[in-house]
Design a protein around this ligand. Sequence first.
Ligand code: A2P
Length: 274
Amino acid sequence: VNNTVVLNNGVSIPQLGLGVFQTPSGEETVNAVKWALQAGYRHIDTARVYGNEESVGQGIRESGVNRRDVFLTTKLWNDDIRAGRTRDAYEESLERLGTDYVDLYLIHWPADGWQKAWKDMQELYVERRVRAIGVCNFEQHHLEELHALSSVRPAVNQIESSPQFTNQKLIDFTNGEQRIDVEAWSPLGGTGGTLLKNPALQAIADRYGKSPAQVVIRWHLQRGVIVIPKSTHQERIQQNFDVFDFSLSDHDMQAISAFDTGRRNGGDPDNFDF
Ligand code: A2P
């Protein structure tokens, strides 16, 4: 069974979900979502910019799982933030997803204009159009600025985090005085990453009779972050959910954290051009 995290507004979220970044729209996304829901996942994380919201909606409908039993996240893209069209962008995402609400709506990057976007998202939240709102890729200074101008605390900050780039300082700040839950993106080291081939990680995995991916997902869960690994393969989607029957020792948790290189795999929130 999946673990549940209660967000700071009282809404529950399954701690392990399926991410669909770089999952092509059409059959691949429809299948990935269906396979995940059939395997027991109840949390799907997409975004406007992934271009697959329609397929995510189709996958949920075809799975036979009730929409209300699925925690669904999408994100407001940078162009829409800059253009100040939060409410229209939200309606368009709902339309593509074929639903009348999402569980979590996130600012995708701290693009110019995010303060106004946050104001608009707060309105959607107060109007109960969305169950929770949050941000992605916010550094400490962004969170501090948001805190100063906002009446609604973000429920989530979704940031890059993996054993290669643990981002632990930002996680501690986000969880700590801000009482915001962290979601980890690129949790397995991302597409084309080398993490899962690391021999030291493989050695740990062998001792538990698990795969490197399962061990890394378990590491995220035991750190208390929400984790959304991506795969387009049914066997891996199932495997990545089979992580609730073992537990890493403190020693192994530390050994995995020590893979940290301090180097990001993806964009830098203080210097991005998309
Ligand atoms: P694929 O989609 O071909 O299965 P992240 O979630 O960090 O972005 O990483 C996802 C990457 O890890 C993708 O390239 C995905 O490839 C691969 N991946 C996901 N699950 C597994 C697994 N259980 N074993 C090996 N590779 C995996």
